[in-house]
Design a protein around this ligand. Structure first.
Ligand SMILES: CC(C)(COP(=O)(O)OP(=O)(O)OC[C@H]1O[C@@H](n2cnc3c(N)ncnc32)[C@H](O)[C@@H]1OP(=O)(O)O)[C@@H](O)C(=O)NCCC(=O)NCCS
Length: 408
């Protein structure tokens, strides 16, 4: 790029410097041990640095991940991470150069999707990313929380077990890893994690952590990871838990949430939930569950439009002519005919007049079902004739909101 800044891959010798610069961008400093753990999951061949002379002033990288789309097929996704520009070099176009180089490089590798978690919502839309999943951040007033009679009966069959606090990270991965591998394929929006990614992740989590498993018969069907903080107001305990709860089904999830809400000394439990969380419909007192925020979480960038569209399962058969605008990747731009048969799509070039037009960033919520074509039209993100929108809405329909609890 101009301005004396070079964008290039990094050598093995530059890895430590690169990772230290990434951390500085996020205003943190890790110990040497944490850095070594981070290196376990680091993929150097995905790393790009912006250099001012010999100094790294900008970074981006990616993990090789898979995301689950409707229909359950895992789709390759570059999990973009480590994005930062030095405070001394901000707002000079370095991020733009990094993003453009990265996106073109990922296309050359044949990847259909890139995904990221954004530190600030306004940054990535300009590079074609769109919101593919949201989190409903929730706080439970623990003493008031109780499952309704019907859910409580069902949840009775779930056995909750504590993972011994003496376990090592590797022992935890042995139990949670196989559960996660099954679970993530049933959860639209969720990502696969390698054992190394688990190790790197666990090393960044606070050590005062408790884990609980939900069992049905001999199977592990859910996991809760919990951090506790107990304050005392005079002699009165005022404990709060931050929980991450994942389960194969809603009964196991309800059982885990009910369990952590009943831990002694605890007054509140915070956790992220899907936006359409059924738990609010399964409790005695729904006002015991407060929504603090609903925020964007997983963003997707479509790199190969036909591959991405054809990777998800669609709800109804039909066809529609789409006009897509992608300022960075001309191969995605233009007019396409989307035909769905037996639930699977084919996307081909078309000479017809588009019935619905959208920018590439609006394809992200359509892929996962984070927003319907009707919602996207109402928000002016897509435009089209009512009958075409009705057809696309039928095809794109999903029964449940996507949910991704994997940080990267
Ligand atoms: C966010 C960050 C990477 C931006 O880098 P940068 O080199 O200053 O960005 P650029 O100069 O290339 O800006 C590109 C465009 O994004 C916009 N932009 C950059 N950062 C933005 C922000 N935080 N909020 C809104 N817009 C932003 C710029 O205004 C510019 O807009 P334009 O296309 O209309 O000209 C940098 O500020 C940073 O490192 N922040 C701290 C770490 C972080 O949040 N990283 C992102 C992790 S997901």
């Amino acid at each position: 790029m101009s301005d004396g800044i070079d964008i290039r891959p990094i050598s093995e010798d530059e890895v430590d410097d690169f990772l230290r610069r990434v951390e500085a961008g996020f205003l943190t400093v890790s110990s040497d041990e944490e850095l070594e753990r981070e290196k376990l999951a680091f993929e150097r061949d995905h790393a790009l640095a912006a250099l001012d002379g010999v100094t790294i002033v900008g970074t981006t990288s990616a993990y090789s991940l898979e995301v689950t789309l409707p229909g359950g097929a895992p789709v390759a996704m570059a999990g973009v991470t480590a994005v930062g520009v030095a405070p001394t070099h901000r707002r000079r176009g370095i991020l733009r150069s990094l993003m453009e180089t990265q996106i073109n490089g990922l296309v050359d590798r044949g990847l259909p999707l890139a995904g990221l978690l954004s530190s600030e919502a306004p940054i990535y839309g300009r590079f074609g990313y769109g919101v593919a999943e949201e989190h409903r951040y929730t706080t439970i007033d623990a003493p008031r929380f109780a499952l309704g009679v019907k859910m409580a009966e069902l949840a009775d069959e779930i056995r909750i077990e504590a993972v011994p606090i003496t376990r090592t990270d590797d022992e935890l991965i042995d139990v949670v890893g196989p559960f996660w591998e099954r679970h993530r394929l049933t959860q639209v929006g969720e990502l696969g994690r390698s054992d190394d990614a688990w190790r790197a992740k666990l090393s960044t989590l606070p050590k005062d952590r408790f884990e609980y498993l939900a069992g049905r018969g001999d199977d592990v069907v859910g996991v809760a990871m919990v951090n506790a903080k107990v304050d005392w107001i005079g002699a009165v305990p005022d404990g709060s838990l931050r929980a991450t709860v994942a389960a194969d089904d809603d009964v196991a999830r309800a059982a885990l949430v009910a369990f952590v809400s009943r831990v002694d000394l605890v007054r509140s439990v915070s956790l992220a939930t899907p936006v359409d969380d059924p738990l609010r419909w399964a409790v005695v007192d729904r006002r015991a569950i407060r929504t603090d925020r609903v925020d964007d979480h997983l963003w997707l960038r479509v790199l190969d439009l036909p591959a991405a569209i054809e990777a998800r399962r669609w709800a109804t058969n039909g066809s529609v002519i789409l006009g897509v605008d992608d300022p960075l990747l001309s191969a995605n731009s233009g007019t396409w005919k989307l035909v769905v048969e037996d639930g699977w799509a084919q996307l081909d070039r078309s000479q017809a007049e588009p019935e619905i037009t959208m920018s590439i960033s609006a394809v992200a919520p359509l892929l996962t079902g984070a927003a319907s074509p009707h919602t996207l039209t109402a928000s002016a993100a897509i435009r089209g004739a009512p009958d075409a929108l009705e057809r696309l809405a039928g095809m794109a329909r999903v029964d449940r909101a996507p949910f991704c609890q994997t940080g990267f």
